[in-house]
Design a protein around this ligand. Structure first.
Ligand code: AMP
Length: 589
């Protein structure tokens, strides 16, 4: 294993021919209008229609759209035709409840079929769908429903009892709560409707009405460093990006069995766990259970997954579980693996080669971009540690912020700056809910043409982008700008390290001193000698100016429920400061 080597792609690597092979030519010929034409129909530009009814007149109608897996139960399958009918019912049901286009429908549920039906039905009805993560506690749920002025909530009887019922008074806009009975059957909870009964009574004919490309479709909440969560608003035209990225970045082919492991309560789980695979007519797996290394290897093997979209945390947890476990399984069907959400260390890319015979393709995007923007694809070589290159239809660059509203583009390769995207791709967020000012501040340059991502990155001479860190997490030490990711990556290269998080610790001499926190892989014990070894290893890789000066070993590092290491929390704990909002902390409220 050689972390700095390039993984060359040759036709011999392809188990099927990829959707494109000439990056430059594809970018030159790409046209969003052509994508739009193929996804528009009798309901106008409507994600719900394009994902389901669009297939009805084709052979795909009887293909399985979703295969739902749950421990101890046989898989439940839903065909495209059935999904079209069920989502029609939900759209009609919303109409009967008096929901008009633009009404916000929240869905709070584990990964059960009703969640998917509700989201697609809301979209067909012209309502705005907002899936919430079922592991959120009552307060974040209420905060989001209030910010979104939610009128309808679909949830389960169990979640309602635990997280919503006691807070109903605090959610004055909520008019209708629809409960799915966790154990099947019906519910009879005062102040709520029974989901199954309303569905049974509703028509499964297509709901009347059309939506336009710029009509609001989805509301995703994202946390800033300060203040309440921001509601990123997305429109129906976002599906153009979902389709294009499913094609280029995930290489979806019509016969694929696709597994996106993200929960729909996060943007990845909606864009790629619901919309993109349906637009491509593939079969998606949905697993109700939480991460478990054996279970996941079993699913990949037994379900014949061909394309797998997952996250670095999961990959690192599989790595931590050891190679022997992986060797008990075979993955002959698997042909493409992609990852998103946080930096993917070069070791993880290579580990994919070792265990699956396939490298892991890192890609980059964020809630605001609505879909994948920068990616490693089957069409070009991988430089492990890089996020890849901008997809067709996407223009990315590195900028330096000057005055407010003004930026200069950095053309020189390998110079760090803020990652910016040329505004105008279809899934670009159209605003932060009730916060026009904050939205405006995300754009700069002539005609506000650059969207500023808040991420620090650099672009190399071959046009590959390298993530450096969030702008707000960057460490300034002795005048050097240090990206924590770079330091973490170096630590991860040590065989003892399972995960690493690095912060800037205030220091009277150098401003901030780099401090690292790590957890260890199975079989390793914390000792002073090991800590010294890790520091020496990092210093050797990074040079004394960048390497951590202090290191602490923890049993595990605090993570958000979406898997990102919470450096902020490490820092607060280190400095004995208040921990702030920990509602997204894994294992928290
Ligand atoms: P979210 O909006 O929660 O999806 O988070 C988006 C942020 O996650 C980005 O702005 C990055 O800071 C980080 N992120 C997403 N994908 C990657 C990636 N491939 N490499 C590094 N950071 C990433």
């Amino acid at each position: 294993m050689e972390p700095t080597a390039i993984i060359r792609k040759t036709p011999a690597d392809w188990r099927v021919a990829p959707n494109f092979s000439d990056y430059g030519a594809e970018r030159a010929r790409f046209d969003w209008n052509a994508v739009a034409a193929s996804l528009t129909g009798p309901m106008g530009v409507n994600i719900g229609w394009a994902a389901t009814d669009r297939w009805l007149a084709t052979k795909k109608a009887e293909r399985v759209a979703f295969r739902f897996l749950a421990a101890g139960q046989p898989p439940k399958e839903m065909t495209y035709a059935e999904l079209a009918r069920q989502s029609n019912r939900f759209a009609n049901l919303l109409r009967q409840l008096g929901c008009a286009p633009g009404t916000v429908v929240f869905v709070l549920a584990e990964r059960i079929p009703e969640l998917f039906v509700s989201v697609l039905g809301s979209l067909k009805c012209g309502c705005v769908a907002s899936p919430l993560f079922s592991a959120f506690g009552p307060e974040p749920i209420a905060t989001r429903i209030n910010l979104g002025r939610g009128k309808v909530l679909v949830t389960t009887d169990l979640l309602y009892g635990r997280k919503v019922a006691g807070w109903r008074e605090a959610m004055p806009t909520l008019q209708h709560v629809l409960l799915v009975a966790a154990e099947g059957g019906q519910t009879a909870v005062p102040g709520t409707h029974d989901f199954a009964s309303l569905m049974a009574a509703a028509s499964d004919a297509p709901v009347a009405g059309v939506t336009a490309a710029e009509d609001l479709a989805l509301l995703h909440f994202t946390s800033g460093t300060t203040g309440t969560p921001k509601g990123a608003m997305h429109v129906h035209a976002a599906m153009l990006t979902h389709w294009a990225t499913g094609y280029y970045a995930l290489d979806l082919h019509p016969d694929d069995i696709f597994w996106c492991t993200a929960d729909p309560g996060w943007v990845t789980g909606t864009s790629y766990g619901i919309i993109a695979p349906l637009l491509h007519g593939v079969t998606s797996l949905v697993d109700r259970e939480e991460f478990d290394a054996e279970r996941w290897y079993g699913i990949l093997q037994d379900q014949g997954v061909t394309v797998w979209y997952t996250a670095p945390t999961a990959i690192r947890m599989l790595m931590k579980a050891g190679a022997e476990l992986a060797q008990r399984y075979r993955f002959p069907a698997l042909r493409f693996i992609a990852s998103v959400g946080e930096p993917l260390n070069p070791e993880a890319v290579w580990w994919g080669k070792e265990v699956f015979g396939l490298p892991i393709h890192d890609n980059w995007w964020q809630t605001e971009t609505g879909g994948i923007m920068i990616a490693n694809t089957p069409a070009f070589d991988i430089k492990p540690g890089s996020m890849g290159r901008p997809l067709p239809g996407v223009e990315a660059t590195i900028v330096k912020r000057n005055e407010e509203d003004d930026v200069s583009v950095i053309d020189t390769p390998d110079v760090e700056g803020e990652l910016a995207l040329k505004a105008g791709w279809p899934s670009m967020f159209r605003g932060y809910l009730n916060n026009e000012e904050r939205y405006r501040k995300c754009f700069a340059g002539p005609n506000h043409e650059w969207y500023l991502t808040g991420d620090l990155a650099k672009r190399d001479a071959d046009g590959y982008f390298w993530f450096v860190g969030r702008l707000d997490d960057v460490i300034k030490s002795a005048g050097h700008l240090i990206g924590p990711f770079e330091v973490e990556s170096a630590l991860m290269e040590h065989p003892a390290v399972a995960e690493a998080g690095v912060i800037g610790k205030p220091d009277p001499v150098v401003g901030e001193m780099v401090k690292a926190f790590v957890s260890l892989k199975k079989g390793w014990e914390d000792s002073e000698a090991l800590r010294r070894e890790l520091l020496a290893h990092a210093r050797k890789r990074l040079g004394a100016a960048v390497a951590p000066k202090e290191i602490a070993v923890l049993a595990s590092l605090p993570r958000t429920r979406s898997g990102k290491i919470m450096r902020r929390l490490l820092k607060a704990r280190e400095l004995g400061l208040p921990e702030g909002d920990t509602s997204t902390l894994e294992g928290g409220a």
